[in-house]
Design a protein around this ligand. Structure first.
Ligand code: C2E
Ligand code: MG
Ligand code: MG
Length: 751
């Protein structure tokens, strides 16, 4: 049990606080990653959008240039392939006509910068520049730049590379009836130019790619500020390089590229900023929420831990907490060498309070007991409730057995002060088992076992006492357990017997009654004293069947002896049973014994607990005619409250006072006082344990109503009593030697 509790505590100790920075970090990282992802996605889409746009623009430009080449061919064909042209150029070359109708028209209509005519022998026969017919020879070597297109149009050169195909437009379907035509992008006179050539009307046309053209092209292709650049790097980012067939760079174009990606980015950035701000806000909220939740969980765990370690009814630490502190205390004692102690406190008859007055009263009583315990003990002592009516204390404020005994007594005194609970006055006692924790002490479980044994002893010794464990208790416990087992069997088999002790009148002559006393002859141990087996019976509740058996047997025996009353001892446990009065009534009925002949002897501890219920039961018994005797008067709590509150018929002065009459003056005075008190309250007084003539004389003089003791007869089997009663009537002589002095002392005390 203790090990399980310790394990549970260990688990609780290992439980971490709920603040988890790892989780917070993970959320923060997640949010940061999400933001980075969004940013990267937007930036990458912007970049690819830019690239797509640039590529499209390049394609558009290339397409436009190709279209322009074709257009140049068509323009040349338009002018040069008419019949008149064939007449004036091909049949008989007319320089004036050629200038007027070919050169100037191409210039005027299509803006050709230069126009050349080449004869069948590939000789330049005409040249136009700035609307003037000039000598082709004045172009010098520059004319050589036109050979490529001439070769193309003559069909002497087959395009070999992808670049050439892209840049040269050659009509592959050319034949004699349909002149071959060609156009190339190249440099001419240091400038990029489209050179177009047609064959049948062999007038060549070449057109510059001039600024106007570029601007028109730019407008058409939506390439703002399309222009030519010199520096190669200027064309790299947003431009295109034109290369000749030989791979030589002809021109570089550049324009202000439209950048949809950048525009997109610009458009997106404000939204993105808002998104990021929102995300940051969200992250803030999440963090705040998590921190609050963490705090709430921490508080909840603290509450749970408190609940797990405390008893909700009394608010005291519970068994788990007690186990933890005990282990800690044992370690501390081993370290420091200063002793400590454990006390196990069990309320006497708490169950009866619960059964008779209900759990609400029981709960309030538990709380009140808890408060008293806390008040009695020092601040650093631990008071725990282990469950039910079981409390425990760990104290480091005792230095030895004497101090521990004193502490036990203080606790008992504090707990037995009457409680006033929900209109009921309750008195409860406590049994306490105690054990010292010393540096050589064993583990917690062993110490608790010792405390339990001491508690068992305290209960068996009559309850309402505190016992410190010693090694002899172990053997004693084993013996008690064995006896308990044997007693159970003896009750079942009715192996018990009864002895009857006479109760006589003050002169000692007449047997007025008998007290039934239980006897147990153990098959191995022989006679076992009631002082030994009655506490065991009470502890194991075997006293209930045993008591009923005694009552029944006694009534049966004594029923045959007329005019003799019967006194039967009743254990507190028996008396507090709700069916006790019914049981007495039933036995009286079964044995036909008159209630008025029965005396039930109760001890003061019977009266602890619920005063109302006890006195109610007593009144019901009185109604049956049964008389109630307060036995062993003076040994218990001896509260005068009991005598006033409970309807006793008589009280029995305990034999410890009687025994001391001769030796101790105060004992004699007490006996006198008790007799006076009883008489004053209208009760009869019996003195028990009368052994000597001196005691007899003293008590008689003190005015007791009846006497009991070895002097008038030991407890004997029923036959012996039956014989004595049969002899009743003959006066029993009393020994009178030396009695006069005692009688005088008794009269003195009484007076
Ligand atoms: P008790 O009720 O006070 O019974 C009187 C005890 O005192 C008896 O002890 C008796 O033998 C003894 N006694 C009587 N006269 C003298 C005397 O002159 N000198 C001395 N020294 N002793 C004397 P016993 O029979 O051993 O019983 C002890 C106690 O056991 C009883 O004390 C009673 O409390 C309890 N007991 C005995 N039988 C029963 C029973 O059937 N039921 C219950 N509940 N308790 C019983
Ligand atoms: Mg008695
Ligand atoms: Mg007695």
């Amino acid at each position: 049990m203790w090990r399980v509790l310790r394990n549970r505590l260990g688990e609780m100790k290992n439980t971490k606080r709920p603040f988890r920075p790892g989780a917070v970090l993970a959320v923060a990282l997640g949010v940061a990653l999400a933001m980075a992802g969004i940013l990267a996605a937007v930036a990458s889409s912007a970049r690819s959008s830019d690239e797509v746009a640039l590529h499209q623009q390049r394609q558009l430009l290339a397409g436009a240039l190709a279209e322009r080449r074709l257009q140049a061919i068509l323009e040349a064909e338009n002018i040069a392939t008419s019949n008149l042209a064939v007449e004036h150029i091909w049949r008989e070359f007319d320089p004036r006509w050629a200038h007027q109708n070919i050169g100037l028209r191409l210039k005027a209509l299509f803006g050709a910068a230069h126009v050349f005519l080449i004869d069948g022998l590939d000789r330049f026969v005409y040249a136009l520049s700035d609307a003037e017919s000039i000598d082709p020879a004045s172009f010098g070597d520059t004319l050589g730049h036109l050979w490529a297109v001439i070769e193309d149009v003559r069909g002497r050169r087959v395009p070999g590379t992808a670049d050439e195909l892209e840049l040269a437009t050659v009509d592959p379907g050319s034949n004699l009836r349909r002149p071959t035509r060609a156009a190339r992008l190249q440099t001419f006179l240091g400038r990029p130019a489209i050179v177009a050539a047609v064959v049948i009307a062999p007038e060549d046309g070449a057109s510059d790619i001039d600024r106007k053209f570029l601007s028109r092209l730019g407008v058409r292709l939506e390439l703002p500020d399309l222009h030519m650049v010199e520096a190669p790097e200027a064309a790299n980012a947003s431009g295109v390089e034109l290369t000749s067939d030989t791979g030589e760079t002809i021109a570089r174009f550049a324009w202000s590229p439209s950048r949809p990606g950048t525009d997109l980015l610009r458009a997106v950035v404000p939204f993105l900023a808002v998104t990021v701000a929102c995300l940051l806000l969200l992250a803030g909220f999440v963090l705040r929420y998590m921190r609050r939740t963490t705090a709430a969980i921490a508080a909840g765990e603290d509450r749970l831990r408190h609940l797990a370690l405390h008893d909700p009814l009394s608010g005291l630490p519970n068994r788990t907490c007690f186990g933890e502190r005990l282990s800690g205390m044992i370690d501390s004692v081993r370290r420091t060498g200063s002793p400590a102690a454990v006390l196990s406190i069990d309320l006497d008859r708490f169950k009866d309070v619960n059964d008779t007055l209900g759990h609400l009263v029981g709960d309030v009583l538990i709380r009140a007991v808890a408060q008293r315990l806390v008040r009695v003990l020092a601040g650093d002592d631990l008071v725990a409730r282990l469950g039910g009516d079981e409390f425990a204390v760990i104290t480091s404020n005792v230095c030895g057995q004497a101090a521990l005994h004193a502490l036990g007594a203080r606790i008992i005194d504090a707990l037995r002060v009457p409680y006033s609970i929900l209109g009921h006055t309750l008195v409860t006692g406590a049994s306490i088992g105690m054990a010292l924790i010393e540096p050589c002490s064993a583990e917690a479980a062993d110490i608790l076992r010792c405390v339990d044994i001491a508690l068992y002893r305290a209960k068996n010794d009559g309850r309402n006492r505190a016992c410190i464990y010693d090694a002899a208790m172990d053997a004693d416990l084993r013996q008690r357990k064995q006896l308990e087992h044997d007693l159970r069997r003896a009750i079942e088999r009715e192996d018990l017997s009864l002895a009857f002790q006479p109760i006589v009148n003050p002169s000692g002559e007449w047997i007025t009654g008998v007290e039934a006393l239980c006897r147990w002859h153990h098959p191995i141990r022989g006679e076992v004293e009631p002082a030994k087996f009655i506490p065991i019976a009470e502890h194991s509740e075997l006293i209930v069947p045993l008591g009923e058996w005694v009552l029944r047997e006694a009534c049966r025996e004594v029923g045959a002896w007329p005019d003799v009353s019967l006194a039967v001892n009743v254990s507190p446990l028996q008396f507090r049973r709700p069916d006790f009065v019914e049981m007495v009534e039933r036995v009286l009925g079964e044995t036909r014994f008159e209630g008025s002949r029965l005396e039930l002897e109760l001890t003061e501890s019977t009266l602890l607990g619920n005063i109302e219920d006890t006195s109610a039961a007593m009144r019901r018994l009185r109604a049956l005619g049964v008389r109630l005797v307060l036995d062993d008067f003076g040994t218990g709590y001896s509260s005068l409250l009991y005598l006033r509150s409970f309807p006793f018929h008589s009280l029995k002065v305990d034999r410890s006072f009687v025994a001391n009459i001769e030796s101790a003056a105060d004992a004699a005075a007490i006996v006198h006082a008790v007799v006076s008190l009883g008489r004053g309250l209208g009760m009869k007084v019996t003195a028990e344990g009368v052994e000597t003539a001196e005691q007899h004389l003293f008590l008689r003089a003190a005015g007791v109503h009846s006497l009991q003791g070895f002097r008038f007869g030991h407890p004997v089997p029923p036959q012996a009593i039956a014989e004595r009663i049969a002899r009743q009537g003959r006066t029993r002589p009393l020994r009178s030697s030396g009695l006069s002095a005692l009688a005088g002392r008794a009269r003195q005390a009484h007076g």
